[in-house]
Design a protein around this ligand. Structure first.
Ligand code: ADP
Length: 513
C-alpha cells in the first residue's frame, strides 16, 4: 500500500444531509477545518446549512438530481478549493465509481480506496476473499450457480433451510429463504430474474440459513501505514424488516474472548482488501457462539455513536486523521468497552399504521438532556421533514455504567422527549422498554418482526398522549398542595417552594400534549 503524503485539510465538503452531515460538521469544526455543506431545494434551511461555514445548492429535491450527482459534487469541491470530501453514509458513500472520481480529481475521500469499495460490493467476490483470508463465512457455494441442476445438488449437500442470494444484491433485496426442496425451483427462477432486473447481474449463489442469529458487527479503523485495529462490537439484532432500529455496545452475549476472536477476523477482512479509514465488518452470530462474515460496510455507520460512547473515541475525527495520512495512535491497540451504550433511531413514521413515513413540520421538539444522554439530531423545532429522503430524524444515545443503568436512563430520556406535528416511532420504543426479552438482552434478528406480527409488542400510547399521566399527576399534586396550603406545613416553606416549582414545570410540559 502506498501511503499518500501527510497533509492538513483546510476545507472539507460534506456530500450528505441530515444528522450525519451535522455529525461531520461538528468533528471538522473541532479540528479547525472549514466546512462546506451541499443542499437540495428541500434542504435549503437544513441544519447542516445553518451550521456550516459555507453552503452550496446542488439541485432539486430528488436525490438523483442532487445528493447522487457525484460528478457535479466533485466539480464543486474543486471549484471551492476543498481538499477532501466526506460522503457520510448512504447516497455516494459506497460507490466505487464516485471514490474513483474523487481520487482522479486530486482530492481525498474521507473513506476507503475505490478498490476496497469495489471488492466488498460484490457478495461472491467478498466471500471468496474472506475464505482466502481465513475469515469464517456462512457455509455455501463459492461461485455463481450455473443452472437449476447444480443448485439442487449443492442444496442437498448444504442442507435446508437455505438462502438464495444475488451477488450484486443489497439493502435486504435479492435474497430468498428456501425452507424445503419443493420450493427450490420457483425460488431459483425468481431470485435469478430479480437479480437481473434489479441489479443488472443475474449471478446468484446458495448459503446456509442461520437460524435465529444475532447481528453483531465489528468497528475497525485502518490507517495508510498498514495498521488495522478493532474497536469492538455492536449488537444490532433489533431490526424491522432487516433495517436496524436499536443498537448497543457491547453485545449482551459477547465475552472478552469472543470479542478478541471476532476483532481478529474483522482485521483480517479489512487487510484482505487493502482497507483504509473506518469500516464495519458484519457477522451473524448463532446460538452456539459461531460467527460468520456477512458483509463489510465500507463507510461510517449510522450506529457509530454507541462505539464512541463506550470507547471515548471520536470515530469521525479518526476518519479525518487517517485521510490526512496520520498514523493510528498506540492508544487504539487495546481498546476495551467501558459501560454500556444504547442507540434508538428516531424515525418520522407512524408505528400505528404500518410504519408509513410521516413527513411534515416539526411543531414541537423537546429532546432529552442530562447525564449520559447524547442526541445526534438532524432537525430542529420548526423544521420540515421532507418526503424525498429517508425519514430518520436522528438518534438518541444513552450511556450507563452497565446495561441496567443504560435501560433506566433510556426510560427517563424517553419520558422527557416530545416530538409533535409529525408521527414518530417513539411509541414503539416505549413498548420495547417494557418487553422482557429486550430487557434481558434475548435478541435475534427476527425478534422484533415476530413480536410485531404476533401483537406482543403494542406500541404504547401515541407520543402526543404521553403527557396525560403527567397531567393527571399535576392535577392531583395541585389538589394536594392547595389542601396543604390551608393547613400549616410541618416541613416548612422551602420544600413547598420546590413543590410549587415542580408543579409549574409539570404543567408547562402538558401544554405540548
Ligand atoms: P444486504 O446486503 O441486502 O443487506 P445481507 O447479506 O447483509 O444483505 O443480509 C441482510 C440480512 O438478511 C441480515 O442482516 C440477516 O438479517 C439476513 N440474512 C442474510 N443472510 C442470512 C443467512 N445466511 N441466514 C440467516 N439470515 C440471513
Amino acid at each position: 500500500m502506498s501511503a499518500a503524503p501527510a497533509t492538513h485539510f483546510d476545507k472539507v465538503l460534506i456530500a450528505n444531509r441530515g444528522e450525519i452531515a451535522v455529525r461531520i460538521v461538528r468533528a471538522l469544526r473541532e479540528l479547525g477545518i472549514r466546512t462546506a455543506a451541499i443542499y437540495s431545494d428541500a434542504d435549503r434551511r437544513g441544519l447542516p446549512v445553518l451550521l456550516s461555514d459555507e453552503a452550496h445548492r446542488i439541485g432539486p429535491a430528488p436525490s438523483r438530481e442532487s445528493y447522487l450527482k457525484g460528478e457535479a459534487i466533485v466539480e464543486l469541491a474543486v471549484a471551492i478549493g476543498a481538499d477532501a470530501i466526506h460522503p457520510g453514509y448512504g447516497f455516494l458513500a459506497e460507490r466505487a465509481d464516485f471514490a474513483r472520481q474523487v481520487e482522479e480529481a486530486g482530492l481525498r475521500l474521507i473513506g476507503p480506496p475505490s478498490s476496497a469499495i469495489a471488492a466488498m460490493g460484490s457478495k461472491l467476490e467478498s466471500r471468496r476473499l474472506m475464505l482466502e483470508a481465513g475469515v469464517p463465512v456462512v457455509p455455501g457455494g463459492d461461485s455463481a450457480l450455473a443452472d437449476l441442476d447444480q443448485a439442487t445438488a449443492l442444496a442437498e449437500s448444504i442442507g435446508y433451510p437455505l438462502m438464495l442470494k444475488a451477488s450484486a444484491g443489497g439493502g435486504g433485496k435479492g435474497m430468498r429463504l428456501v425452507r424445503e426442496p419443493d420450493e427450490l425451483k420457483a425460488a431459483y427462477r425468481a431470485t435469478r430474474s430479480e437479480a437481473a432486473a434489479s441489479f443488472g447481474d443475474d449471478a446468484i449463489y446458495i448459503e446456509k440459513y442461520v437460524d435465529r442469529p444475532r447481528h453483531v458487527e465489528i468497528q475497525v479503523l485502518a490507517d495508510q501505514h498498514g495498521k488495522v485495529v478493532s474497536l469492538g462490537e455492536r449488537e444490532c439484532s433489533l431490526q424491522r424488516r432487516h433495517q436496524k432500529v436499536v443498537e448497543e455496545a457491547p453485545s449482551p452475549v459477547v465475552s472478552p474472548e469472543l470479542r478478541a476472536r471476532m476483532g481478529e477476523a474483522a482485521v483480517r477482512a479489512a487487510q484482505a482488501v487493502g482497507y483504509t479509514n473506518a469500516g464495519t465488518v458484519e457477522f451473524l452470530l448463532d446460538a452456539a457462539g459461531e460467527f460468520y462474515f456477512l458483509e463489510m460496510n465500507t463507510r461510517l455507520q449510522v450506529e457509530h455513536p454507541v462505539t464512541e460512547m463506550v470507547t471515548g473515541l471520536d470515530i469521525v475525527r479518526w476518519q479525518i486523521a487517517i485521510a490526512q495520512g496520520e498514523p493510528l495512535a498506540p492508544e487504539l491497540d487495546a481498546v476495551e468497552p467501558v459501560g454500556h451504550a444504547i442507540e434508538l433511531r428516531l424515525y418520522a413514521e407512524d408505528p400505528f399504521h404500518n410504519f408509513v413515513p410521516s413527513p411534515g413540520r416539526i411543531e414541537r421538539l423537546r429532546l432529552p438532556e442530562g447525564p449520559g444522554v447524547r442526541n445526534d439530531c438532524g432537525v430542529y423545532e420548526g423544521a420540515d421533514v421532507s418526503i424525498h429522503y429517508d425519514p430518520m430524524l436522528g438518534k438518541m444515545i444513552v450511556w450507563g455504567r452497565d446495561r441496567g443503568e443504560a435501560l433506566r436512563r433510556l426510560r427517563r430520556a424517553l419520558e422527557e422527549t416530545r416530538i409533535e406535528g409529525i408521527r414518530t416511532n417513539l411509541p414503539l420504543y416505549r413498548a420495547l422498554l417494557d418487553d422482557d426479552d429486550f430487557r434481558a438482552g434475548n435478541l435475534d434478528i427476527a425478534m422484533l418482526d415476530r413480536k410485531l406480527a404476533a401483537g406482543d409488542l403494542r406500541p404504547a400510547q401515541a407520543s402526543e398522549n404521553a403527557d396525560l399521566p403527567l397531567l393527571a399527576a399535576a392535577l392531583e399534586h395541585s389538589l394536594r398542595t392547595s389542601r396543604a396550603a390551608a393547613a400549616p406545613s410541618p416541613e416548612g416553606g422551602r420544600r413547598g417552594h420546590w413543590r410549587e416549582a415542580g408543579r409549574r414545570e409539570a404543567l408547562r410540559g402538558t401544554r405540548w400534549s
